[in-house]
Design a protein around this ligand. Structure first.
Ligand code: ZN
Ligand code: ZN
Ligand code: ZN
Length: 135
C-alpha cells in the first residue's frame, strides 16, 4: 500500500552550546488509499527528549559526554565551573551543604583532602569566591 500523501513536521530548537539545530519532536501524517477507495490516516509523533530523560527546557551541555540536559538536571562544577550533566556530577556533602563537582575535580580534591577536611576546604573556597565578586 502506497501512501497517498505524507506530511512531515519537525520541531527544532537551537542548542545553547553548539548553536546547531536540535530536534524536539518529529511528526508524520500519512494518508493511505486502499483498493476499495477507503482513505486511512495515520499520525506518528516522535518525541526527542533531553539526554537526561526530561521533556523540559534545555539547560546546557555536559563538557564530558556532550549530553544535553534540562534546566533542572544540568549544573556546573563548583570548583572549575565547567558544565556537567547529572550523570557526570559528583555530590559531596560538605559542612555548608551539598557541593556539585565534576569527576576530575572530585578526584583531585579527594586525593588532597581527607573526607573530614572537604567541608572546611570548600568553605574557604566559597568565601574566597564571594570576596572576589565584591572587590
Ligand atoms: Zn555528562
Ligand atoms: Zn532533566
Ligand atoms: Zn570541575
Amino acid at each position: 500500500m502506497k501512501p497517498l500523501r505524507r506530511n512531515n513536521t519537525t520541531h527544532l530548537t537551537t542548542d545553547p552550546v553548539t548553536g546547531k539545530d536540535r530536534i524536539l519532536d518529529w511528526q508524520q501524517n500519512e494518508h493511505i488509499l486502499y483498493d476499495g477507495g477507503l482513505v486511512d490516516s495515520a499520525n506518528v509523533l516522535r518525541k526527542y527528549f533531553r539526554d537526561c530523560g526530561c521533556d523540559a527546557e534545555t539547560g546546557g551541555q555536559c563538557f564530558e559526554c556532550g549530553a544535553i540536559s534540562c534546566k533542572t538536571c544540568h549544573g556546573r562544577c563548583q570548583a572549575c565551573h565547567k558544565p556537567i550533566c547529572l550523570q557526570h556530577s559528583r555530590f559531596l556533602h560538605a559542612e555548608e551543604g551539598q557541593v556539585r563537582l565534576c569527576g576530575s575535580c572530585c578526584d583531585r580534591i579527594s586525593r588532597k583532602q581527607t573526607r573530614a577536611k572537604i567541608g572546611r576546604f570548600f568553605l574557604s573556597f566559597l568565601v574566597k569566591q564571594e570576596d572576589g565578586r565584591d572587590g
